[in-house]
Design a protein around this ligand. Sequence first.
Ligand SMILES: Cc1ncc(COP(=O)(O)O)c(C=O)c1O
Length: 241
Amino acid sequence: MTVAFLDPGQTYNDLRDELDAAYHHVMASGVYILGGAVASFEDKYAKYCQADHCVGVASGLDALMLTLRAIDICPGDEVIVPSHTFIATWLAVSQAGATPIAAEVNAATFNICPERIEAAITPKTRAIIPVHLYGQPADLDPIIAIAKRYNLYVIEDAAQAHGAQYKGKRIGSHGDAATWSFYPGKNLGAYGDGGAITTNSKKLAERLRVLRNYGSREKYIHDEQGFNSRLDPLQAAFLEV
Ligand SMILES: Cc1ncc(COP(=O)(O)O)c(C=O)c1O
């Protein structure tokens, strides 16, 4: 099965039977936190994004903030963000305790200008967050080349870019990670809040699974200060429909 998208104009009524079945499946399972519905959606969404791993979280903002924490961004660090984006891109950096540094966007694409990124780099810079704004991918190749040169992470804010492609490959694993929002108005919207991270890094995915779940690998054993930020199983089941 593949992840399907609503055609423009389609409504809840068009998918009512499938959505109702998904609802009953989760309700009857008795598993209301994580479990099979979340794992199943994660698996399918990772494949859809041509990425090795997907970790479902509570929102697109949390997806960004948790990824920054998973790569150990901390106070004193700087993260380069586009001057023009939704507030969540900047807020995630502040929530991780770091400082967002703006790089100007290209007037033709509204996406971060690779040439402006290099000028914003300082010894404190740890990561770049290109945003694929309005569904249009940022120009990733030069951004990734700069990141390699300066040993920086590239976290793609893909909240608005479900299904978008860059040079023939889906958005989802070009950089170190891509972060997603399933806010109802998005290209792939849930019936409430939701988010995810896709990545090819097993290590990063494993850390994110711990961070989203109270810093816990094993029930009641908490290895680090984590968060409660899990994709809801009902939303996961609806997203799969
Ligand atoms: C570019 C961008 N980044 C991040 C987010 C945050 O997503 P969420 O609302 O699910 O927290 C959004 C959407 O609202 C967005 O448009």
